[in-house]
Design a protein around this ligand. Structure first.
Ligand SMILES: [Zn+2]
Length: 363
């Protein structure tokens, strides 16, 4: 006999899905092991309630369950009253003549035939019963299988934790030589007080408000390798948000920002940097200074330096195993966008003074 899911949920056989849901919610509040206690009986009872709910709340499963329940009913009735049905006389049929009083007894041959047909009938019934019970058994097995499968399906799927992305700003020196940074990351973590169960002794966890998880800052020391580039990413495995239902943790990504958005490239231990200069510096030459390796570097600019010209400054690159690379500077003449009236006047004067003709003309 299968379990009476209607009885378990305390609902009528014609209850609506809404009634079933309500009844289930009521029972969850009363019988959840977190509330009613973690005893084997309660866990078993709760399992039964969940099983009943999962079957009856799905119209398809409920239909299947009901049809099996009907089969059981028929089977019980069928096995309880077969003889009575056989004895029931039907005066119009000759084979029931033996129990009928108003008909004369059939001749011996016919009686024999009647006995045969009766036996045949019974055998048929027996056979039909066997077929029927086979059918019921197969339905039960099918139902059990379906239940098993649906129980499997109800195991919530693994969900991996989300990645966390944060920016880290480095000085040029730090970017070249590597460094360590302490980052303070806001994680979602399982509530420690209720251990993710949401309830404590039947009341909502005061720590997480029943969410089962809390956001929490975590300080991490992250090692930043040497020679990182602007906008590059560093992955710190497993330091993202927590996963669910056995899913793995997400990762933490540090997006590297270099001060002044400095574009730095690397060629082995050599560091390649682009340094902007003023147009007058390009023409006149002279000394320019810029920050490098934590100190300011003074570099001699040749007069008439052109855009894209390269300068090599030895031993100002990256350092590794006692070896030092060079710094290779690419000059970029930066044309001013806003100039004062005075500057403009001077450019006008330059224009008049200039005797160069650097483009071919048609005349
Ligand atoms: Zn909690």
């Amino acid at each position: 006999m299968q379990k009476d899911y209607y009885k378990i949920l305390g609902v009528a056989k014609n209850a609506t899905t809404e009634d079933i849901k309500k009844a289930y919610r009521r029972l969850v509040h009363k019988c959840h092991p977190d509330i009613a206690g973690n005893t084997p009986e309660i866990i078993e009872k709760f399992k039964e309630i969940t099983e009943a709910y999962e079957t009856l709340s799905s119209p398809q499963k409920r239909e299947q369950y009901d049809s099996i329940a009907r089969l059981y009913e028929y089977a019980e009735k069928g096995s309880g009253e077969p003889k009575k049905e056989h004895k029931k006389p039907d005066s119009k049929k000759p084979e029931s003549g033996s129990t009928a009083n108003d008909d004369p007894p059939p001749p011996p041959k016919q009686r024999r035939e009647n006995t045969f047909s009766k036996m045949r009938e019974e055998a048929k019934n027996e056979h039909a019963k066997n077929i029927f019970s086979d059918f019921v058994n197969s339905m039960i097995n099918r139902n059990a299988k379906a239940n098993k499968q649906s129980q499997k399906k109800y195991i919530p799927p693994k969900v991996d934790g989300k990645d966390i992305t944060t920016e880290v700003t480095l000085s040029i020196t730090e970017a070249i030589n590597g460094t360590e940074r302490i980052v303070n990351i806001l994680h979602m973590e399982t509530c420690e007080k209720c251990r993710g169960r949401k309830f404590i002794n039947g009341t909502i966890c005061p720590e997480c408000g029943g969410a089962g998880e809390k956001s929490k800052y975590k300080k991490l020391t992250v090692k930043i390798p040497p020679q990182v580039k602007h906008n590059s990413k560093i992955r710190v495995e497993g330091e993202g948000n927590k996963g669910y239902n056995g899913g793995k943790r997400g990762d933490l990504y540090l997006v590297i920002k270099i001060e002044n958005n400095a574009e730095i490239k690397y060629d082995g231990l050599n560091v390649l940097r682009t340094i902007p200069i003023e147009p007058y510096e390009a023409v006149l030459g002279g000394y320019i200074t810029f920050e490098m390796n934590g100190s300011s570097i003074q570099m001699k600019l040749m007069p008439n330096t052109y855009n894209g010209q390269k300068y090599r400054i030895s031993e100002q690159g990256a350092e590794k195993d006692g070896k030092k690379g060079d710094l290779i500077v690419t000059i970029k003449i930066d044309i001013p966008k806003n100039i004062s009236k005075e500057e403009r006047d001077l450019y006008e004067k330059l224009k008049l003074l200039s005797k160069r003709s650097i483009r071919e003309t048609s005349e």
